[in-house]
Design a protein around this ligand. Sequence first.
Ligand SMILES: Nc1ncnc2c1ncn2[C@@H]1O[C@H](COP(=O)(O)OP(=O)(O)OP(=O)(O)O)[C@@H](O)[C@H]1O
Ligand SMILES: [Mg+2]
Length: 344
Amino acid sequence: MRVLAIESSCDETAVAIFDGGRDRLLAHRVHSQTDVHADYGGVVPELAARDHMRRLPGLTRTTLADAGLDLDAIDAVAYTAGPGLAGALMTGAAFAKGLAASRGLPALGVNHLEGHILAPLLGEDPPSFPFLALLVSGGHSQLIEVREVGDYRLLGESIDDAIGEAFDKSAKLMGLGYPGGAALSRLAEQGDPGAVAFTRPMVNRPGLDLSFSGLKTAVANAIAAGCAFEDVAASFERTVIDTLEIKLKRALEQTGLNRLVVAGGVAANRPLRRRLAGMMDERGGVVHFPAIELCTDNAAMIALAGYRRLVAGERDPAPGFRVRARWPLAELRVPGCPAAAAVS
Ligand SMILES: Nc1ncnc2c1ncn2[C@@H]1O[C@H](COP(=O)(O)OP(=O)(O)OP(=O)(O)O)[C@@H](O)[C@H]1O
Ligand SMILES: [Mg+2]
């Protein structure tokens, strides 16, 4: 089964084609809207939706050409149905459902967070189940026990800002543009991570929840006090990584798992990858990351997650569509299980 997938949940328009029979990604393209939103210092939902509409037809044609295929070779269409910006989701869903209807193909709305978590399955060394997942993106910071595809138990999450959001807001305070996570990390390479003594949030409290809005305020205070930007960046990054390491050790002990998957945009952070690789090595465990280009939003992960469900017989029950700005992972079911038909 060849699945064409559409991703449009936020400010990346993406199309991918996954061949399930050969377990291979045939092509994937991402168009980032960074330029559209740059002047506003954040994503403007209405502009995001309009740009998705503008880009989707051309991007789909180019992705098909990259794979050397035409639409006759496609067996099903998957699209991101949530969570994300409602207007942005609707443009991708309408395009995907229109495409599927015009070709008489089955279509399925996919959960974006499930896509992120399953992205490492596209790699050379895919994780086996069960594993502990750390999802660290622009909108989410969650620790999830993953028993198998579709069987997710939320262990802890940020009670306020997501980690990517904390990176972006801190980067903005240093004039690094938006989204500034990667730029902040580059600046941190020149700084002293011990220069500013930030408190590691929530580590002295029991449980697995996280919190990053206080750290962002501490960054603002350090900048106001005249600390060098590179030192603030390095100290901020180390504090985030220290905090995650403490919580992850706790979660691994609590669940008895020794396999970790780290996904979402912040999983592209190299110092985080190094630290968690070292941590798992010491424990005799293993960590899996998606390829760097598949950490941030992409349609390859949606194609894979869609394939796993489509091949088990899941379909959108009706020709129309419903998108969900909020759609918790814990509501999902194992592929093929009837209760999974949450999107209609
Ligand atoms: N090298 C890096 N270091 C730290 N943060 C990074 C790095 N690269 C990207 N990011 C951050 O990743 C985030 C984007 O990730 P992603 O595209 O997965 O989030 P999103 O799709 O906006 O959120 P969600 O998936 O929760 O809806 C941004 O906050 C960005 O700053
Ligand atoms: Mg995302």
